[in-house]
Design a protein. Structure first.
Length: 462
């Protein structure tokens, strides 16, 4: 009997908890929907949670989502940048896209049971789609647009390099600075799944501003000359110069000049960065991007495994923002997101667990600096982040305003003091004038009295 009572009591607690707090947000948030398209039957491709199945859309094509209950957000995975697209609800059109975000979360301007998406360019590939009401499940990635100004620009050659060679460089700074990641190549027409793995890896590492995916098809090469033949040195330098001018990074970092394990594209990334930092400040070099973004020269440039002015990034200190995990642990988890690449022989290593590993993700060399050398194994040594610059400027502005108010108050007090002194002086002058007039009147009266006395004396003598 006691056991039954205990079970009933426990069940009551569970029911009460569900009533008070609701069910899990994944179950509560996701809404079942139906799709139709101007291109015909699209089957279940958008609802199978498989990015390998997709719907190809061209300019003007539409996908309409309908649901029995109103929704307030939509989450779309694209294989490649869809450009600008239109969201239509209740006869109203809203512009979306435009930031190159492949995992795109959109909060609807109003709740709706019918949504139409219209693409504006050819070869848009929609892989998966969800709609939600209220809270969203944990798997939803809510990306912000790329930074306008980046403290650190990390140029990686391929999807997975960001974790393999730049994991700690990203993880250690993502909460301290504006870290913008840009990839040299793309996988639109080769292995599209790798773009999704790239996004998942960066999300694991705490990156929240969308990465830039490069314009170059992914070719394999084993020498710098081969890579230059595939991509073009001038074209590569132009791309990196454009990135530098656009994001105005204070720090730039990229691959080993030897291509880590000998990859020509990695070598070319290093070459392009070395070239770009010499010309990005000159408007005559690549004038189109100078016209679009202005000119800029990074303050510091780090090359992975560069032999001079070497620093070793911290990879083993527990990080509060990652639940106590270390940078190397986070980077290793991020690399696991590249499921298609787990057959490769290289791995995420900082040289501590395996001192023989030659491509430590903790080793970088300060290739160029205009703010002094390093002493503290820190990318941001001698650097004031843009956020701190803004805070300092706001503080200085507030102090200047306070000083101006103080000066105005002092001037006001000074003016008031001068006015009081002037009044006092005027009063004194008036009193002196009155005193002089009184003395003169007294003396005049006294002289008159003497004259009368003299005349009276003369009359008595007569």
């Amino acid at each position: 009997m006691k056991n039954k009572i205990a079970m009933l009591f426990g069940a009551a607690i569970v029911v009460a908890a569900i009533t008070l707090f609701g069910t899990s947000k994944t179950d509560a948030a996701e809404v079942t929907y139906h799709t139709s398209s101007s291109i015909g039957d699209i089957g279940n491709d958008l609802q199978d949670t498989n990015v390998s199945s997709k719907v190809k859309l061209n300019s003007g094509d539409t996908v309409t989502i309908t649901s029995d209950s109103a929704v307030d957000s939509v989450y779309i995975k694209w294989d490649k940048d869809p450009g600008n697209w239109t969201l239509s609800i209740g006869g109203k059109d809203y512009d979306e896209g435009g930031y190159g975000i492949l995992h795109e979360f959109v909060e609807l301007p109003e709740d709706a049971t019918s949504i139409t998406i219209t693409v504006k360019q050819d070869d848009c590939r929609m892989c998966d789609l969800w709609v939600f009401k209220g809270d969203t499940p944990d798997f939803v990635q809510k990306w912000e647009p790329p930074y306008e100004e980046a403290d650190i620009l990390a140029l990686v050659a391929h999807a997975d390099d960001e974790a393999l060679f730049f994991g700690p460089a990203i993880v250690n700074y993502v909460d301290k600075a504006a870290v913008q990641v840009a990839m040299f190549t793309n996988f639109h027409d080769s292995e599209p799944i790798r773009s999704h793995e790239f996004y998942n890896s960066l999300w694991e590492m705490g990156v929240r501003h969308a990465p830039i995916i490069g314009p170059f098809y992914d070719y394999y090469s084993e020498t710098l000359d081969t890579a230059i033949g595939q991509y073009g040195e001038d074209e590569s330098t132009a791309y990196v110069t454009d990135l530098i001018r656009r994001f105005k990074p204070q720090v730039v970092t990229t691959h080993d000049t030897n291509g880590e394990y000998g990859h020509g594209c990695h070598m070319l990334c290093a070459k392009a960065v070395m070239n770009a930092i010499e010309v990005s400040g000159n408007a005559d070099s690549y004038p189109e991007s100078a016209k679009d973004y202005g000119t800029w020269t990074p303050l510091k440039t780090y090359i992975h495994l560069w032999g001079e002015n070497q620093i070793t990034l911290d990879t083993r200190t527990p990080l509060d923002s990652f639940g106590g995990r270390t940078a190397i642990e986070v980077a290793r988890e991020a690399y696991k997101k590249h499921e298609s690449q787990q057959w490769c022989w290289f791995f995420v290593e900082d040289g501590i667990d395996d001192p023989t590993y030659q491509f430590s993700c903790a080793k970088f060399g300060l290739y160029k600096t205009s703010v002094g050398t390093d002493n503290n194994n820190d990318f941001l040594e001698n650097i004031t982040t843009y956020a701190d610059q803004k805070a300092n400027a706001q503080k200085e502005s507030a102090e200047n305003e306070s000083t101006e108010v103080t000066d105005q108050n002092d001037d006001s007090k000074s003016g008031s003091s001068k006015f009081v002194v002037l009044i006092i002086i005027v009063v004194i002058i008036v009193l002196l004038l009155i005193l002089v007039m009184c003395i003169r009147a007294y003396n005049k009266k006294k002289r008159a009295a003497r004259r009368r006395a003299r005349r009276a004396a003369q009359r008595r003598k007569e």
